[in-house]
Design a protein. Structure first.
Length: 141
């Protein structure tokens, strides 16, 4: 399925616990940030990760991640994180993310992730149709 999906925007401020001795967000914490952003995206389309897990006994496993670090993020710095679904496959989904600061003037980080839908048997499964429809519909707010 290849469509234009709506963009999700989240205002985010890095917490103190993510800051390294160099006074910037530690590089490994970007994976946590992007996991958080995807959770918020799913909540905003009305199909939470909890629903995927409890109703379908499935979860989304990251199988590929590509991050580009351009500018560091500082503690409590206001950023905007843009999330877009780039592609939905039968069993996988591709997300792209961009983190900006200074009112979208400075691109700090960009990332692409491929996630695969995993069932209770730890084998890949087709994405639930209701989840695909929620993505097509886009954020509810």
């Amino acid at each position: 399925m290849s469509l234009e999906y709506s963009e999700h925007i989240l205002i985010y401020r890095p917490p103190l616990s993510y800051i390294d001795p160099g006074q910037v967000v530690y590089n490994g914490r970007y994976l946590d940030i992007y996991n958080y952003v995807r959770d918020e995206y799913m909540r905003d389309i009305g199909y939470t990760y909890l629903k995927l897990n409890s109703e379908n006994h499935m979860h989304l496993a990251v199988v590929e991640a590509n991050l580009k670090f351009r500018m560091p993020l500082l503690y409590d710095e206001k950023t905007e994180i843009f999330t877009r679904v780039e592609k939905i496959g039968i069993k996988s989904i591709n997300f792209s993310h961009k983190i900006y600061k200074d009112d979208r003037k400075v691109l700090c980080n960009e990332a692409k992730f491929t996630l695969v839908c995993i069932g209770a048997s730890f084998k890949s499964e087709p994405l639930p149709e209701e989840f695909k429809q929620a993505i097509k519909r886009g954020p509810l707010k």
